[in-house]
Design a protein around this ligand. Structure first.
Ligand SMILES: [Fe+2]
Length: 408
């Protein structure tokens, strides 16, 4: 008996030491105290929907005593530069536990962070309602679908460095917005796949039918759309019926403008990548769907998914044509290629392994470095009201990365 106690106590001591060591490491990584009214930490396991390898995204900022909106606004106003530096360092900040209720308050906090908010959502991929001049509803995509990981406006060279979400109404079920450090995704990949992404431009090919131009380009005239596409380096073509085809290519790796860290902004538009996410959350779906996500042969799965116009990016309720977005990797011969089945699986697994997946709480403000960190949306049920805003537009063509130094 005493021997058993001894062994157990040795294990406990070892585990305790390990836990203390890990928490000391974590504490060392946290920023120094800024105000006696706030506390910094990373998300606890009990705040997450799934446990993954990501333990340090986002940095949580929460009140110790004073939770009012006024206290948060004053904190941000006095320390905006400091918060912006933390966003560069950690990739994402979560203001949790403060009393934030309205779109105007959300916008106010972003302005106090000195974000130059964008008023227009050109190239958008969803129907959005405007809540203030610079705050929009997030995507209203069907609740049973997963919106795959992406960086906002990945197909446009002039894109937001800053992206924010505000939880006005908690989802009644699920509806998480997982976030992923893109450098960690890249580091997770096999050398072959790293080499492929570092040397193959990703080409986005988009079609917008005439009747959806107003959703994608808001109030812009044809001439203004053409000018914007020219400035963005797109190849584009107007069809006789007024619909628009446009495409552009980039190497998806570049250096962060302030930290020099690797940013890996790839939107795969590949159903077999997203399938890895559906597989992991399959228990959230009815039995028939679970079988479909987990066991259907890959070729059949891909054919069925593509047949359901899952590439559609802006759909109204009419029977007219949908907008489509496809992504290809351009090979050495200049041909458009798709990821292989094995590559898609590997990529999807790397995304999931490094994702931070946590339920929303009312009043949460999540601010994301859109160059470093990708986001997505899991399946959900209404009501769910997540508002969004973005800004600090930057041009990724100015951010070359020394690819050879990274992958040889
Ligand atoms: Fe998005």
């Amino acid at each position: 008996m005493s021997q058993f106690v001894k062994v157990e106590s040795a294990i406990t001591n070892k585990q305790t030491k390990k836990t203390i060591f890990q928490s000391m490491q974590t504490i060392e990584k946290l920023p120094n105290i800024l105000s006696s009214n706030i506390r910094f930490r990373f998300l606890r396991d009990d705040e997450k929907s799934f446990t993954t390898c990501e333990k340090e995204l986002p940095l949580v900022i929460e009140p110790v005593k004073e939770k009012s909106f006024t206290a948060l606004a004053e904190l941000v106003r006095q320390n905006s530069d400091w918060f912006n530096r933390q966003q560069d360092t950690y990739g994402a900040l979560l203001f949790r536990g403060f009393e934030v209720e309205t779109a105007a308050q959300f916008e106010n906090i972003l302005e106090l962070l000195n974000v130059k908010l964008a008023s227009n959502y050109y190239f958008g991929s969803a129907i959005r309602e405007r809540r203030t001049d610079q705050v929009f509803t997030s995507s209203e995509a069907p609740g049973n679908t997963i919106i795959p990981p992406h960086n906002e406006l990945n197909m446009v060279p002039l894109r937001p460095n800053f992206l924010a979400f505000f939880c006005q109404i908690e989802p009644s079920l699920y509806g998480e917005t997982p976030i992923i450090n893109t450098e960690k995704i890249f580091n997770e990949l096999s050398p072959n796949l790293q080499h492929k992404f570092a040397n193959s431009p990703q080409k986005y090919v988009r079609f917008v039918p005439n009747h959806l131009l107003g959703i994608v380009f808001e109030e812009l005239s044809r001439e203004e759309i053409a000018k914007m596409l020219q400035e963005g380096g797109f190849d584009f073509d107007w069809r006789a019926d007024g619909s628009l085809d446009f495409e552009c290519s980039y190497i998806p790796l570049f250096a962060h403008p302030r930290t020099g860290k690797l940013c890996f902004c790839l939107t795969t538009c590949d159903s077999l990548v997203t399938r890895e996410w559906y597989r992991i959350v399959a228990q959230r779906y009815p039995l028939r769907k679970r079988f479909y996500y987990k066991f259907l042969p890959s070729k059949l799965y891909k054919t069925l998914e593509e047949g359901q116009t899952l590439t559609a990016t802006a759909i109204d309720n009419s029977q007219q044509q949908s907008s489509t977005l496809n992504m290809y990797l351009v090979n050495e011969e200049g041909n458009n290629t798709k990821m292989t089945e094995a590559e898609a699986k590997e990529f999807g697994k790397a995304e999931w392994k490094n994702a931070a997946v946590f339920p929303w709480r009312k009043g949460d403000i999540l601010v994301i470095d859109n160059l470093q960190v990708a986001h997505c949306r899991l399946n959900t049920q209404p009501p769910r009201k997540i508002l969004t805003a973005f800004g600090n537009m930057c041009d990724i063509r100015d951010m070359k990365y020394n690819v050879r130094a990274k992958v040889g």
